[in-house]
Every structure is written in structure tokens, then in C-alpha cells.
Write a protein that binds this ligand. Structure first.
Ligand SMILES: N[C@@H](CCC(=O)N[C@@H](CS)C(=O)NCC(=O)O)C(=O)O
Length: 235
């Protein structure tokens, strides 16, 4: 049995984590019934890939939520996709990539670039930072993330274009889940953990975005989110 410590952002908004990558890693470990400790870390520069989350497994530091899963999987500690056929695994790999390589950046845009939400994000996500220094710290983070979004490409689109990209991703998740309880059918698999990490991070924060409106048009995704929060995260 591995000794696992997860370094992740402080919790916020009543969510397991405001970072979908942190939430996903925690969900993988919970669904796989692997015991772990959590250490709050809000400085990505401390991680081996300068990103959060990262872990210490026994004495080894490791970054990247998916590479961490792969390491545990290759050591027979976890196998969340065991119930899937190879074809399902291929489709769900693509859906995970859609969430992590594109929907994630739409969500980042909604928090850090969309002026309509910024005040609300600052006052609720960073409520733990004293009010006097909050603007200075949060403006620095905002500037850095806006630069990242421009570098990645999402930040070069206009608002309507960004949300139209996100809408297609949410619609794809809603269509693919259909009337199943889980993306794994009878039981949750990796994509269930991925999907709830994005859907809860869209639905639960007190930010009104076109993304939230789109998710709310899919009753199956709304009830899936509550089911997954309860059954995977015990939330
Ligand atoms: N591929 C990484 C992505 C992790 C990631 O992007 N983390 C963000 C927070 S949600 C981060 O640390 N960003 C800080 C930065 O880019 O400087 C994973 O799966 O763990």
C-alpha cells in the first residue's frame, strides 16, 4: 500500500476543490479507495511541474493528475476503467481530453477574463485573503492567468465565441450521458470523476455564466452532478 500525500489548493465555494484537476485527483483516489492525506498548497511553483495538484507517493514527488493515476495504475493500485470495453475507453479518453484541454480554459475564462464575473470571483473565491491586500494579490494572479489564456489561445476569442466552444462541450457530455446513471453505465469510472469535477465547478460557484445556463438545460447532468458529489466525494 502506498503512502500518498496530495498537495492541492484550499477548498472554496463548498466544493471539494475549485480546481477541477485537484478535484479529479481526489475523486480518483476516493473512488479507488486509496487512503491519502491532503496538504493545502496554493503556490504552484512548489510542485515538480509548477502546477497543482502534485503528490508525494512514499518518497517520490510527482506532478500531473493523469500521470499520477497512470503511475498508480501501472503498480496495480487502481483500475477505475476496468468495467469499460476498449471502444468505450477510447471515447472516454477523448471526452476527458475535451474537458481538460478545452472546457477547462472556457471555465478559466469565465473566472478570470470575463469582466461580468470578476468582482464576484474575487470576493468569494478569495474570501480567505484579508480584504485590504485582496485586490493586489488577486490582480497579480488575474494578470498571469489572462496571459496564460492568450498563450493557450482561448483568450484570443471574444466572449460569445468562448462560451459557444464551452456550450458544445457541455452538450456533448449531456448527450453522451443520456439517461444512464454514470458514464460507466452501472458504476462510476474515470470519466464520471472528470465530468463531476467540471460540472460541479460550473454549477456550484455563485457565478452566473452562459456555461451554467447550458448545464442547467440538461437535467441529467444536473442530477448526475449531485449524485457524483454524494457518492464519489461524500459531499
Ligand atoms: N495537466 C495538469 C494540469 C494542472 C493545472 O493546470 N493546474 C493549474 C490549477 S487548476 C495550475 O497549477 N496552474 C498554475 C499555473 O499554470 O501556473 C494536471 O492534470 O494535473
Amino acid at each position: 500500500m502506498f503512502d500518498i500525500t496530495v498537495y492541492q489548493f484550499s477548498r472554496a465555494w463548498g466544493l471539494p476543490n475549485p480546481s477541477p484537476f485537484c478535484m479529479k485527483l481526489e475523486g480518483y483516489l476516493k473512488l479507488g479507495q486509496l487512503p491519502f492525506k491532503v496538504v493545502e498548497q496554493n503556490d504552484p511553483r512548489k510542485g515538480p511541474k509548477s502546477k497543482i495538484p502534485y503528490v508525494k507517493i512514499d518518497k517520490q514527488m510527482m506532478g500531473d493528475s493523469e500521470q499520477i493515476y497512470e503511475y498508480l495504475h501501472s503498480h496495480q493500485a487502481i483500475d477505475l476503467d476496468a468495467p469499460l470495453t476498449d471502444e468505450q475507453k477510447a471515447v472516454q479518453h477523448a471526452m476527458r481530453s475535451m474537458c481538460e484541454e478545452s472546457l477547462y480554459f472556457v471555465m478559466l475564462y469565465s473566472r478570470w477574463m470575463d469582466d461580468a464575473n470578476w468582482e464576484q470571483v474575487r470576493e468569494t473565491m478569495f474570501a480567505g485573503i484579508p480584504k485590504l491586500i485582496r485586490p493586489v494579490i488577486t490582480n497579480q494572479i488575474r494578470k498571469k492567468i489572462q496571459g496564460d489564456l492568450v498563450g493557450q489561445g482561448m483568450g484570443r476569442h471574444n466572449r460569445a465565441e468562448v462560451y459557444s466552444i464551452g456550450t458544445k462541450h457541455v452538450n456533448a457530455l449531456g448527450q453522451y450521458l443520456g439517461d444512464q446513471q454514470w458514464f460507466g453505465g452501472e458504476q462510476p469510472v474515470k470519466l464520471d470523476v472528470v465530468a463531476v469535477s467540471y460540472l460541479a465547478n460550473i454549477l456550484k460557484p455563485p457565478i452566473e455564466t452562459p456555461l451554467k445556463e447550458t448545464v442547467n438545460k440538461w437535467p441529467n447532468l444536473v442530477s448526475f452532478t449531485d449524485r457524483a458529489l454524494t457518492e464519489i466525494f461524500g459531499a
